[in-house]
Write a protein that binds this ligand. Structure first.
Ligand code: GCB
Length: 609
């Protein structure tokens, strides 16, 4: 039954065509008329979910006449006698967007429910317009209520979603209540065990997005794979006038435009020959302004056009071999020491990657905020995006699969027009078994149906060949499915001392480009000693030098993203005086200070062809 369900989901997404699906967030909200709800919101910490369930553990929002004790009703006592045991107005405030852990000391380790409330007034620009309530991301599960009515719920902490609120919105005195729950659960994606901080809250922007009644909901424009010199794309309208409508697609700089007619689902495809096109690349991140308009609606953005493919052992960018000089990054703010979400955070992180000599970043282990990929587009930084299918996901559970597939669908939908994004990663370090391989293969099939223009990979694991620890290989059936063979390895850290790398040889049989998705080791910035003393900068530097020599010996090596750009918080890393809650494998400390190994990798990248 599980695979039937999966099949259905795949078919559903397929029907919707290149990740275009109905009734969802208008894509590219940044170019829409939108009003930010950023600012201080009231919040109530609710570990027992007292505002969600009555004392028989029945959900208030499933009842016909919910009690005023349900927090989403945002009630006040009617008179001086009435008993109510909460009051948003008298509660503390917290900044949105932002995680709660880094804002409130008492919530540093908290995992559970927090209720958020915001009051606002809103006047539409045009009375016939529609309004969507848009969330960049909420970690991890949320229920959303406007003016006492439930408008929806969402699972998955790293992707955007929205709800239409046209009919519920009032000019004044709107009450928006969001129940956010970040409890880790076994069947979740991610599951119970990870190596990063489980930041809770409304972690990315919230806004009201206004559109005409019939509007451009989604579109994709890219270079055709099989017809050089041709752009291809599709567009989807939403609204009562979506069928049989003219849509114009224009690229003013190329003096090109085309008119297409939508079908009865509001969909239209197009193909646009272009003779003089400067392709987007890491060397020349050229983008063109693309404008899509229909009736009263018009939306535009800057899009780069490029081809990414593999041929034998090579990764080809616009037909030419490229070596991915990468680094892995977690979504943590170098400024605030919490979840990153601003353009400024992205600018600093990608700026460091640039300084390191990178043309590539691996955004681990979940979709990062949209500023990262937009900035990567403008900088010419190639990107690996990943979903949090990490370690020991509940492979047998159909709801776990659906959750992973939905997150994949949402990130592809968000980023399919980003030239920088070249790889979709299905997973990280997952234990091989037939069920797991089927799970990942289904995700890969889904990805290829949603987006045939990009490459697929996953961070796999290596093993000893026939039990000989000196010869390493990749034995994993999922290796057959990927376009790029990626794996993590920790020789010199979990696996011997750095000079062990000299004894190891690699026997990789797959005729595919090889990418080292992780290697590295920890160092406490400022701690010095000889190169065999763990946690010193000298040890980490030694580890990088030995690993880089060893890895250069892999013939099919076409790139790497060592672990990791900056030290990051992890509850697994509690060694006093060294870790104190931080994974120390960063090349840069959480204070922004570069360690010695930063310069070893920089030297390698700057001298690498
Ligand atoms: C890994 C994981 C990464 C960890 C890292 C480590 O293999 O993919 O999430 O943080 O090792 O530091 O051990």
């Amino acid at each position: 039954r599980a695979s039937l369900l999966k099949g259905f989901l795949g078919y559903f997404f397929l029907l919707c065509g290149s990740s275009i699906s109905h009734g969802q967030t208008p894509v590219n909200v940044y170019d829409r008329c939108s009003t930010s709800l950023e600012g201080y919101w009231k919040y109530i910490v609710d570990p027992y979910e007292n505002g969600f369930y009555n004392y028989r553990l029945e959900a208030f929002d499933e009842q016909d006449n919910p009690s005023k004790n349900a927090f989403f009703t945002d009630s006040k006592p009617a008179d001086r006698s009435e008993l109510l045991e909460y009051d948003f107005d008298l509660s503390d405030s917290i900044y949105v967007p932002g995680d709660w852990n880094s804002q409130k000391e008492k919530l540093f380790y908290y995992e559970g429910t927090v209720w958020y409330r915001r009051h606002f007034d809103y006047t539409k620009q045009d009375s016939s317009n529609r309004v969507f309530l848009y969330f960049g991301a909420v970690n991890n599960r949320c229920h959303v209520y406007l003016n006492g009515i439930k408008i929806g719920q969402h699972t998955g902490g790293f992707t955007p979603f929205s709800f239409e609120v046209t009919a519920l919105l009032k000019d004044t005195g709107n009450s928006l209540v969001v129940k956010v729950d970040n409890k880790r659960i076994k069947e979740g994606v991610p599951t119970l065990n990870t190596d990063w901080w489980n930041y809770g809250g409304i972690t990315r922007e919230v806004s009201l997005v206004e559109t005409p009644e019939t509007y451009v909901e989604d579109y994709s424009v890219h270079l055709a794979r099989d017809k050089p010199g041709t752009l291809q794309g599709s567009v989807l309208l939403n609204g009562s006038l979506k069928a049989g409508r003219q849509v114009q697609v224009r690229i003013p700089e190329l003096q090109k435009s085309i008119q297409v007619l939508t079908d009865d689902k509001g969909m239209a495809s197009f193909s646009l020959p272009v003779d003089t096109l400067r392709l987007w690349s890491d060397q020349d991140p050229k983008r063109y302004k693309v404008i899509l308009s229909t009736g009263q609606d018009s939306v535009s953005e800057w899009i780069g056009f490029r081809n990414i493919s593999v041929k034998g052992r090579d990764i080809l960018l616009n037909g030419r071999p490229v070596f991915l000089k990468g680094i892995s990054i977690h979504e943590e703010s170098p400024v605030r020491k919490g979840r990153a979400h601003t353009r400024e955070d992205a600018r600093i992180l990608l700026g460091w990657a640039r300084e390191l000599g990178c043309n590539f970043v691996r955004l681990a282990h979940y979709p990062h905020n949209e500023h990262m990929v937009r900035l990567a587009d403008s900088l010419g930084m190639l990107v690996w995006e990943e979903i949090p299918v990490y370690w020991t996901i509940a492979w047998e559970n159909p709801s776990t699969y659906n959750n992973a597939a939905k997150q994949l669908n949402e990130v592809i939908r968000r980023d399919k027009n980003r030239a920088s994004v070249i790889i979709w990663s299905m997973a990280n370090e997952t234990p091989t078994s037939p069920t797991r391989t089927q799970f990942l293969t289904d995700l890969a099939t889904l990805t290829r149906s949603l987006d045939p223009t990009r490459l697929i990979s996953a961070a796999l694991e290596q093993s000893a060949l026939n039990g000989n620890p000196k010869i390493r290989t990749i034995e994993d059936n999922f290796a057959r499915v990927v376009d790029i063979l990626s794996f993590n390895q920790y020789i010199g850290w979990y696996d011997g001392l750095p000079d062990k790398a000299r004894e190891i040889s690699w026997k990789i049989e797959q005729e595919k480009p090889v990418f080292i998705s992780e290697f590295g080791g920890g160092a406490k910035q400022g701690l010095h000693g000889d190169k065999y003393t763990r946690w010193t900068e000298e040890y980490q530097e030694f580890l990088y030098e030995e690993n880089l020599k060893m890895l250069s010996g892999i013939e099919q090596l076409r790139g790497m993203s060592p672990w990791i750009l900056v030290d990051f918080r992890s509850p697994r890393r509690m060694l006093p005086e060294i870790q104190d809650g931080w994974n120390r494998k960063g090349l840069i400390s959480e204070e922004g200070i570069k360690k010695k190994a930063f310069y070893s990798l920089q030297k390698y990248y700057l001298t690498k062809e």
